[in-house]
Write a protein that binds this ligand. Sequence first.
Ligand SMILES: Cc1cc2nc3c(=O)[nH]c(=O)nc-3n(C[C@H](O)[C@H](O)[C@H](O)COP(=O)(O)OP(=O)(O)OC[C@H]3O[C@@H](n4cnc5c(N)ncnc54)[C@H](O)[C@@H]3O)c2cc1C
Length: 283
Amino acid sequence: MAAERPVRKKPQQNHAEVVRTERLTPHMVRVVLGGEGLAGFTAGEFTDHYIKIVFPLEGIEYPQPFDMAQIRADLPRDQWPTVRTYTVRAWDPTARELTVDFVVHGDEGVAGPWAVRARPGEKVYFMGPGGAYAPAEDADWHLLAGDESALPAIAAALERMPAGAPVRAFIEVADAAEQQDLKLPANAEVVWLHRGASAVGEQLVDAVRRMDYPAGDVHAFVHGEAGFVKELRRYLRVEREVPRERLSISGYWRRGHDEDGWQASKREWNQQVEAEQETAPAS
Ligand SMILES: Cc1cc2nc3c(=O)[nH]c(=O)nc-3n(C[C@H](O)[C@H](O)[C@H](O)COP(=O)(O)OP(=O)(O)OC[C@H]3O[C@@H](n4cnc5c(N)ncnc54)[C@H](O)[C@@H]3O)c2cc1C
């Protein structure tokens, strides 16, 4: 569903070590990676740079050096490591530190629980970075909307906003304790939405639909749970007629599906959304 084409080159294989971790809020853990393995790593073109973190399965001997392409060629699928996608919240080439913020969404899953347990010195393998979005210099205004999973990318975008154009950011989190102090440009207005007992994204869709929609050319970044992303895509694309190339919009995760399940069904989901929305009359 994202309008921009992600950068696709041969995935760069990297390794790093956990340098430190920090509990930013009750449901967000920051993991800072570092070490010699990051000597060849670069990022900065996009504010939504992401990496694919590789979690080896217990009990499987993987060939060294760790190479995903070789693993996929040589080992049966049920022995492939688990792969999870995370935003580069910050990259400091001088300190050689890569910061990743993980939503802690319970005991389920691989990456969330791993981040809670991660300790300094632990080795981490990952591929990337990829990326597709950075705030356009020539937009009249910017819209950022997302749940906690998109908060790292929204925070990175806010730090790189061009001067002048107004920015409206809508961030939905569980409750007030999940709000973070963000570095904001002077032209930004951030609305924190507290989910409480409502369904993920419900408040976000409502708030974006109800905002006083500025005139002019918008550049929008909307990511998070696939269900609400679909609704906001319809609103922006069909009702507000935002051109595709001005929309960075995709589901980062999907309720009831792990990342493998979501990635496997994502293409079909996106095709269906496009088929529904690209022919839909504005209501
Ligand atoms: C480009 C991109 C960038 C991303 N950046 C980030 C990031 O910076 N930080 C981040 O935390 N996530 C980010 N995500 C989302 C993250 O990849 C998924 O949330 C992923 O499913 C988490 O893996 P897991 O092993 O913890 O859970 P999984 O094993 O994938 O899922 C287990 C269960 O948890 C549910 N679940 C997954 N994520 C969430 C969630 N956020 N809240 C509630 N329930 C959930 C699933 O639906 C499933 O039922 C990004 C995704 C993409 C595509």
